[in-house]
Design a protein. Structure first.
Length: 232
């Protein structure tokens, strides 16, 4: 069974994730203490890329129930609070700012995936990235001043990159292999990611500056890492 895109609730008591348990990818929740997963909401098409709001009361995610990949906000029972994007392009990968007032996301509305920021009600959309031919999987720093994401660099590989929220100071943090699935540690000082730099996909950590990169797994088939809210 394929289960992807896990994300902890801020209180650490449950995990939300996308699963193919019922056929099409749908949103599920499971308690960190064990038990069976529970489906959250019932939608036609796909439900993907869940992101819990900082207060833990809302879920930003991608739905295709209206035919296109759009970003919605749901309550914890899976009821739609608001549709945030309305565009013929593919809008995906939402991530909340630490204060919950904004959301960064990826969209191919200019031809290739780039990053955009909007208010949490879907207004005031602005393009963030202009460097990198394919930018996806953004995560907002704990301080709220930078966005870290996956970027296809001039070398043709996928690297972890970082940019400030004004759209300046684009930095590439990795230098070898295909690097994906970045996620911040609870204290905001480290990033966990998956990388193929030594062959198969394994999990690595590094400082937010890209320094002190360290391998954590050695099985060659590990992806989608996420830090628990109380991990150290």
């Amino acid at each position: 069974m394929i289960n992807i895109s896990p994300v902890f609730a801020p209180d650490g008591k449950s995990i939300y994730f996308t699963s193919y348990l019922s056929g099409d990818p749908q949103l599920y929740r499971v308690s960190t203490s064990g038990g069976d997963p529970v489906r959250v909401g019932h939608f036609s098409g796909m439900v993907a890329a869940p992101a819990l709001s900082p207060d833990g009361n809302k879920i930003a995610c991608v739905l295709t129930k209206d035919g296109n990949s759009e970003i919605y906000v749901l309550d914890l029972q899976g009821r739609v609070i608001k549709r945030l994007t309305r565009h013929r392009a593919i809008d995906t990968a939402p991530s909340w700012s630490p204060d919950g007032r904004q959301i960064v996301f990826s969209s191919d509305r200019t031809g290739f995936p780039q990053l955009y920021i909007m208010d949490s009600d879907g207004l005031n959309v602005r393009r963030l990235t202009y460097e990198g031919g394919y930018n996806d999987s953004p995560i907002w720093s704990k301080r709220g001043d930078r966005i870290t994401f996956v970027s296809r660099t001039k070398y043709g590989r996928f690297d972890i990159a970082s940019i400030d929220t004004s759209g300046h100071d684009y930095r590439v943090l990795t230098e070898v292999g295909m690097n994906e699935n970045p996620h911040f540690s609870p204290d905001g000082k480290h990033i966990i990611l998956s990388s193929t730099r030594l062959g198969g996909k394994d999990i690595y950590t590094m400082d937010v500056t890209g320094r002190n990169q360290r391998r954590l797994t050695r099985t060659g088939n590990c992806t989608n890492p996420v830090w628990g809210p109380y991990a150290r």
